[in-house]
Ligand binder design. Structure first.
Ligand SMILES: [Zn+2]
Length: 390
């Protein structure tokens, strides 16, 4: 697949076609793609360490090129993709199709393009006499809340070496991203009491009380908009919103329960517990006393379902300086989408986000990546190998 006569973009494109052909939608197994990567690396004399889930349906992959036992540069990416259901595609999403210099297919931008570039760079990296090793870190379940990388990070410093720095290859159009927001999500369940809707005073309307909590979330967001903005982000404040809601059983019954999900997209330095505390205060001081006066069994539960930490690199970080130098850029950017970078950073591996492809293509129908972008990423990886060898 990868011969020295092939140019780097052709190698990366061929590997991308192979990677896209695995349907790794997050709710499915990723073992086939992991086994493909494992045997590809084995073909270049590189041993992989797998970190499988308990049921063996999924695994993260960690492999080191270069000296062993030395912390190196982690190249991090996720193998999973978002679903194609409900989207209208002009061509099969799991068959890469080239049109006008663009490669179409699910995951081409987010983020199998980066994985393909990393794998295409392996023969070159392997040939070098590296002083600083390169670690390949491929995760799963990123799209469902950066879940799959966490067991790998937990093993760092133990079975896996903790990288000195990590490059997260999410699509940034090869710009250097040193900060991003982090989503924190909660599920709230309001339990009231059912009654015939003509006898509303005998029931406790769960939708009514849920709407009071939702109004509080709206008030919180309005207030956050009035605090000093962080102009690096678009929008420049933490957003708060309800994303799903479910409640009621029939049009003539006082609804007994309502469940809703909400999220805040936090900025580095903002404490999301503030939001949970305010919700709990409304629930406990305003809603529950009224509800339980009629129905003692009435209850409100607030459960945090996921938290991806926001990411803010140290302004003097080695990895940010290196990424700028290797790409001949002098400006960093902040983005609103989340990545695994905050998790690596918090685990003691300073990180940066830089990868091929446009984030605007991520998760869309007819997702594509420009072949140019693969070229830029291959250049970056060549220069990274030069740096690691020097
Ligand atoms: Zn992604």
């Amino acid at each position: 697949m990868n011969t020295p006569t092939q140019d780097p973009v052709s190698s990366a494109s061929a590997l991308l076609a192979r990677l896209v052909s695995f349907d790794t939608t997050s709710h499915k197994s990723n073992m086939a793609i992991v086994q493909f990567v494992e045997s590809y690396l084995a073909g270049h004399g590189i041993t992989s360490q797998l970190v499988p889930t308990e049921d063996g349906e999924k695994a993260g992959l960690f492999a080191t090129i270069g000296p062993k036992g030395v912390p190196g540069v982690g190249l991090s990416g996720h193998t999973d993709v978002v679903p194609v259901e409900g989207q209208t595609w002009k061509s099969d999403p799991f068959t890469v199709t080239e049109r006008n210099g663009r490669l179409y297919g699910r995951g081409t931008a987010d983020m199998k393009g980066f994985l393909a570039c990393v794998l295409a760079a392996v023969p070159d990296i392997k040939r070098r006499k590296l002083k600083v090793p390169i670690h390949i870190i491929f995760s799963y379940d990123e799209e469902t809340g950066c879940l799959g990388v966490r067991p790998m990070i937990d093993e760092m410093g133990d079975r896996l070496i903790r990288p000195r720095i990590v490059i997260v290859g999410e699509p940034t159009s090869m710009r250097v991203v040193d900060a991003h927001k982090g989503p924190v999500r909660w599920q709230i369940e309001v339990k009231g009491r059912a009654a015939h809707s003509s006898m509303a005073h005998l029931g406790v309307n769960a939708i009514t009380y849920a709407s009071r909590l939702i109004a509080e979330l709206d008030a919180i967001e309005q207030e956050l908009k009035t605090r000093p903005p962080n102009p690096r982000f678009e929008p420049p404040y933490p957003t708060v919103q309800v994303t799903m809601i479910d409640g009621g059983t029939a049009t003539n019954i006082v609804p007994i329960s309502t469940t809703f999900d909400c999220e805040v997209r936090t900025l580095p330095g903002f404490d999301p517990n503030e939001i949970e505390q305010r919700l709990r205060a409304v629930a406990e001081m305003k809603c529950l006393p009224e509800m339980q006066a009629i129905a003692p069994e009435a209850a409100i539960t607030i459960e945090q379902t996921n938290a991806v930490p926001p990411f803010g690199a140290d302004p003097n970080s080695e990895v940010v300086a290196m990424a700028l130098k290797l790409t001949d850029q002098n400006e960093t950017f902040a983005v609103s989408y989340a990545t695994e970078a905050g998790l690596f950073q918090n685990a003691g591996a300073p990180s940066v986000v830089i990868g091929p492809g446009d984030i605007a293509q991520a998760h869309t129908a007819n997702e594509w990546i420009a072949k140019d972008e693969l070229g830029k990423c291959m250049n970056f990886l060549t220069r990274l190998a030069d740096w690691a060898e020097a």
